[in-house]
Design a protein around this ligand. Sequence first.
Ligand code: ZN
Ligand code: ZN
Length: 340
Amino acid sequence: MKAVFVEAAYQVKVKEIEEQQVRADEVVIKVKAAGICGSDIHTYKGLHPFRKPPVIIGHEVAGEIVKVGEAVTTLKIGDRVTVEPQTGCGNCEYCLSGKVNFCEQRGAPGVGNWYGTMAEYFVAPENCVFRLPDNVDLYQGVLVEPLAVGVHAVRKADIKLGEKVAILGAGPIGLLTLECVKAAGAAAILVTDVMDYALESAKKLGATYTLNITDKPNWVHDIKEQIGLFDKVLVAVGVPGIINQALGLLRKGGRVVTIAMFHGDQTIDIAHLQGSEKEIVGCMTYNREDTLTAIDLIANGFVRSDVIITHKLPYEKVAEAFRIVDKKEDSSIKVLVTFD
Ligand SMILES: [Zn+2]
Ligand SMILES: [Zn+2]
């Protein structure tokens, strides 16, 4: 089968490889499409903490089941599915309490023996494969994973009806998080970014305010003057200085949730915490309930996939697809790589 490798930094290649063996508890999915995620771009640049080239890339996926292992009981050939791309040991205190994302043995595509999703076929254990409702197409199915990140972030932030929320960063994760923040009942939502086209999309998705922070060193101050302070700030871009800026936007007792991948140190003015009881809360992927909620949100029309999915390229053009995402060319937001 054909599979997409990140061979070395900035080198993406399609190669012919042997299909993977299927264990008793696994299914084989004929991949319809796989998404390029911000974290795949970290791998592409050689910066990802555990996904190192050469590697079959990808963890966002949807497709149709073509084979099931003999112990599989809940899925069958022909099912249209997506995958929550993480596994736990099943036995530790975290797994037993439903927090697979904390498992020390946590497995993910592109790590160890588990291939990435960007291939003609993808093998996954039954317990992390989810059937899609009939009214959710396979392209929308690819959005379940990044949307589950937004669902988890909203739960970590504990967003309540009527709150004011800021989302820093309008990439695919920032925009899908915006959909979740809206669904959670926020009364006002600010989205910041450095790309006007991404902020246009944020407006289409219902952002109350948007701000391009390019060349605006005092933007936090300006926002406070013009809009006021926020109950929750969700950080979906890992640039230097962003955590202090996020804390600066919060009202006393408010909460920052970190969603982005960060490289390097961040400075924190401790007065925000000690003097104002603000909180900084981490956010690591998602859990099964987040994935189920993400599917429900899509099936019930809460997610504008027409705004989020901007490109679909066949796998033969995968190098172009990665370049488009990395360079933010052609007003790209979510770029899918297709296999049909
Ligand atoms: Zn992702
Ligand atoms: Zn475990």
